[in-house]
Every structure is written in structure tokens, then in C-alpha cells.
Design a protein around this ligand. Sequence first.
Ligand code: AMP
Length: 201
Amino acid sequence: MRLVLLGAPGAGKGTQADAISKRYCVPHLSTGDILRAEVRSETKLGLAIRSTIDSGKLVPDDVIADVVAQRLLQGDAARGFILDGFPRSVPQARWLDGLLSDDRIDAVVELVVDEAVVLARVINRARLARENATDVRKDDDVETMRVRLEAYKVATLPLSAYYERQGLLHRIDGMMAVDRVTAEIFKAADATMRGRPVDAC
Ligand code: AMP
């Protein structure tokens, strides 16, 4: 299963990616998680991109392309993957199509959530992290969230039409209960298996 998850920040991509990853036994690849780990470890890459991530802007395409290419080369991605946070623009999607070549993406799921709802969710995520004394993402505040939502509208939203033209897009209401969203995603993803059995882990 090679699946791409689209949706605004706070749309629930991470939660759903974990569920899909378990069902199809393929890794959940979150570019945001990979980049944040680089920042935490203070690698050369992490130091170079820290301020961009904290500001809510997108890191340059050549940087993210290197990160994704390296990650997809790892053995666990050979049987498939759930991409969360990548691609985030039409040029990134074109680059990915070229990289995958004949191993095309099976499905693209877009989680559709109102802007006010994602804003409230992200603010709540930051509040919970503070209360539990866990890491609060620097980009989970109202001002940075506005920058991230703008980047989403300008760069990422056009991806829906790009994948719709390829017949891959499944739009799902991300404001339903989490389990219902998961069930809808499984239905869409199962249909792409065309009767092939779902591998056990
Ligand atoms: P996320 O966890 O997906 O919200 O990503 C957090 C931040 O990582 C984003 O605001 C960007 O700065 C950076 N990032 C993650 N994925 C990408 C991407 N595909 N292209 C550019 N920047 C990205």
C-alpha cells in the first residue's frame, strides 16, 4: 500500500496515518517528524532548517527531496508507506511521481476540516502538551498556525486537483469521529487492493 495523506495542519493526518500503517503493515513516514528529529539532534540539516520550521514556512524542495529519497530507500518502505506531510506542493508531487516511476501511489486521501476547527485543535494540542509537560511544538501557536494554514492554501491545496486528475483522490470529512474517519479511509484504501489480501505484519 502506497498512500498519501493530505489535509491542513491539525486535520488528523498523524492519528489516521498510525491506524493505516498498522492495518497495511507499512511505515508511517511523516516528514514533519523526520525534520523535527533532525532539529532535536542538532544535525547540520537540523540547524539549517530550525528557523524555517519554527516560523511555519516550508523548507526548500531540494532539502525535503533528499530527506524523502533517503527515507524511501530504507528497507521497511519497500512494501509500501503512508506519506504524511509530503508531498506538499505540485512540484513535490511531480518529483515523487518521477522517483516512484512504475511503483505508483495507490491512493491519496484528503482529510477535509474547517479552518476554525484545525486552529482550535492545534491550540488544544499545545495546551495539552504544556499540561502534561511534554514537548510543545514551537509552530503550534496561533500566529505560526496562520502562516502554516496560508502555506497549506497556497502550496498544498492545488495538489487535490493534481491527484484528482490521476483518479487517485478520496476526499473524506475529517470532522467526523476519529473511528468513522478511519473506517472511511480503510474503505477507500481497501478498494485499491482489488481483492488482493491485506498482508499481516
Ligand atoms: P508537519 O509536522 O507536517 O506540520 O511539518 C512541520 C514543518 O516541517 C512544516 O511547517 C515545514 O516547515 C516542514 N515540512 C514538513 N514537510 C514538508 C514538506 N513536504 N515540504 C516543505 N516543508 C516541510
